[in-house]
Design a protein around this ligand. Structure first.
Ligand SMILES: *[C@@H]1O[C@H](CO)[C@@H](O)[C@H](O)[C@H]1NC(C)=O
Ligand SMILES: *[C@@H]1O[C@H](CO)[C@@H](O)[C@H](O)[C@H]1NC(C)=O
Ligand SMILES: *[C@@H]1O[C@H](CO)[C@@H](O)[C@H](O)[C@H]1NC(C)=O
Ligand SMILES: *[C@@H]1O[C@H](CO)[C@@H](O)[C@H](O)[C@H]1NC(C)=O
Ligand SMILES: *[C@@H]1O[C@H](CO)[C@@H](O)[C@H](O)[C@H]1NC(C)=O
Ligand SMILES: *[C@@H]1O[C@H](CO)[C@@H](O)[C@H](O)[C@H]1NC(C)=O
Ligand SMILES: [Zn+2]
Length: 513
């Protein structure tokens, strides 16, 4: 699950669309393919998938064993990060990709597999400080993907107020050279402002808010003209602004120690050999975690659920193609799923009947949260999927709630491109209500996942009851559509124009300005 902006951190990554690094489609190598067992060969006689048997094949032991494996893999990052993590670019994430790949390879020829590599820009801020006159404003936050100050050392200079919105080169006064630009937020991107400031010779830039709020942002695609750039709340900016407008000198110090690098990361896609390849049910989870921790619930749980269902499915034949995806770069703004859907040719897009998102399946203080994906606002079929989940919980005598289908996970690119979608989750940083305590147990007043995006998202951070049950529901969703799309709306258009108009707040590549 992507952090809501409130919780967003300075380390950020953006996909470089249209970059020179080509998309790679790599089949598994021959060494990774073991001799296939008889029951996994596509031609072998197997029963047609049915939901009861596929659900019955899911057990908690397998899931927990996989969670232990994944935690061990996250520990491979300790050398670089001093703690376990599976953030993209880390050994823990590369290990996760290898683990999924080798587990799939054990399934013989039941699936065809491919890896889709894509470039991502990785930014790290190690240290920063901003002093405006005698003030050290608490709200000063380095922008994501900011370059460091010169030689990663503090720079000193008077603060210079930039005219207008700072979106035009002419807004930047000639005496800016060697000084620090003070620019209001708005109208154009943070990157544009930083670039103008750099071209005008500034040694750093401070972008202050037009209201009192604290904010963060990203410079997006790196540029040689960017200078070290901070965001600052309007509240903290006000006294300084007053002095500048009165013609007073505000000598300042800016310091950012940071690094910006381009890495390659990888989505894994597998598809049943069996089943109608023109009518696929697709499902996905994300293989990466945030840098702060091992991400066993977020989204180790979804990734391993997919792996377990993909494994158990090999005992069956399917009528419709089933396609599984493990996305990379979800935590940096849905990078992998965006890249996948963006590079999908139209005729391939049309073969995906629906996409099901499985992100955070076993939160410790869980609620059964179904995305409220209605047909009124989403591609036709989204609501049928929503209702499938509701009906299943209801049939088990369980409660569920609807949560906003607001683009906070990897389903977003699908919906935007005309593909019906949905999913369910068990909760991130939201607070459980009294009513929900009565509905699901657990503790009101606490986060659904108290370890959300933290170091403690380890193997003890999953509720086995919820995870097992939800994996059975994933199995149900797969079995249902692998068997038949009867009664499910035909695919329409790849353009969802006029239908789906959501905010783009969770994407790495959509800019907030
Ligand atoms: C498939 O079915 C066999 C026989 O019931 C069972 O032993 C096995 O665990 C099942 N799962 C897989 C992945 O083969
Ligand atoms: C679900 O979404 C629809 C609009 O698409 C809205 O009318 C309804 O109130 C929502 N339900 C809940 C429980 O949020
Ligand atoms: C469902 O929620 C109601 C309260 O709204 C509660 O009384 C009931 O026990 C819950 N059912 C289960 C299975 O937890
Ligand atoms: C999972 O949640 C249920 C219901 O709240 C609780 O009874 C159980 O002890 C929890 N299990 C674990 C492993 O946390
Ligand atoms: C949605 O699908 C249903 C069932 O296939 C169909 O009757 C309906 O006309 C579709 N709605 C739209 C807006 O295409
Ligand atoms: C696709 O959808 C758009 C927007 O709703 C509509 O204008 C267009 O006619 C549709 N095209 C087809 C082939 O249905
Ligand atoms: Zn997350």
């Amino acid at each position: 699950m992507v952090a809501s902006k409130r919780l967003c951190l300075a380390a950020a990554i953006a996909a470089l669309h249209g970059s020179a690094i080509a998309q790679l489609q790599q089949p598994l190598s021959a060494e990774q393919r073991p001799l296939e067992a008889d029951n996994t060969r596509p031609g072998a006689k197997k029963p047609l998938v049915n939901t009861e048997d596929l659900q019955a094949s899911i057990n908690a032991e397998n899931l927990l064993e996989r969670a232990q494996d994944l935690y061990g893999i996250a520990k491979r990052s300790e050398g670089q990060y001093q703690h376990p993590t599976r953030v993209i670019g880390s050994d823990g994430h590369r290990g996760t990709i290898d683990y999924i790949t080798s587990e799939i390879a054990r399934l013989g020829d039941y699936y065809t597999s491919s890896k889709q590599s894509f470039p991502a820009v990785l930014g790290k801020v190690y240290e920063s400080r901003l002093v405006l006159g005698h003030d050290v404003p608490a709200s000063a936050v380095p922008m994501s993907l900011t370059p460091p100050t010169t030689n990663k050392q503090p720079v000193y200079g008077d603060l210079v107020l930039v005219a207008n919105d700072g979106c035009d080169a002419s807004d930047y006064p000639s005496e800016l050279s060697g000084k620090i630009a003070f620019i209001i937020r708005g109208t154009c991107s943070f990157g544009t402002k930083s670039e103008h400031a750099g071209k005008a010779g500034a040694v750093a830039a401070v972008i202050y808010n037009y209201n009192d709020d604290t904010f963060g942002g990203t410079l997006e695609k790196p540029s040689a003209n960017h200078v070290a750039t901070f965001g600052l709340s309007g509240k903290d900016a006000a006294p300084t602004l007053e002095k500048l407008k009165a013609g007073k000198v505000v000598d300042s110090i800016a310091f950012i120690d940071s690094e910006v690098s381009t890495i390659s990361t990888t989505n894994i896609i597998i598809q049943t050999v069996d089943g109608d390849p023109d009518n696929c049910v697709m499902l996905g989870g994300h293989s990466d975690s945030v840098g702060e921790g091992p991400g066993i619930n977020d989204d180790g749980s979804g990734s391993l659920t997919l792996l377990e269902v993909a494994t158990q499915l090999t005992n069956f034949t399917v009528n419709n193609c089933v396609r599984f995806a493990w996305w990379a770069g979800e935590e940096e703004g849905l990078l992998g799923s965006d890249y996948y859907v963006d590079t999908l040719p139209e005729e391939e897009n049309m073969k995906i009947r629906l996409f099901m998102d499985y992100d955070m399946m076993g939160s410790p203080n869980y609620a059964y949260q179904v995305y409220n994906a209605t047909n009124a606002k989403n591609p036709n079929g989204s609501e049928e999927l929503r209702d499938l989940y509701v009906d299943w919980y209801t049939s088990k005598g369980l409660n569920q709630t609807f949560i906003p289908f607001d683009g906070r996970s990897d389903y977003d690119a699908f919906i935007r491109n005309g593909i019906p979608g949905g999913g369910f989750a068990t909760g991130a940083e939201g607070i459980k209500t009294k009513e929900e305590e009565a509905m699901f147990g657990g503790k009101a007043g606490e986060w659904y996942d108290p370890c959300y995006h933290q170091l403690c998202d380890d193997t003890s951070n999953v509720n086995t009851t919820a995870w097992l049950l939800n994996t059975q529901l994933v199995a149900h969703s797969v079995a249902t559509f692998a068997k038949s799309f009867d009664g499910f709306p035909e695919r329409a258009n790849t353009t969802a124009a006029g239908v789906y108009e959501q905010e783009t707040k969770y994407h790495g590549r959509y800019l907030e300005i």
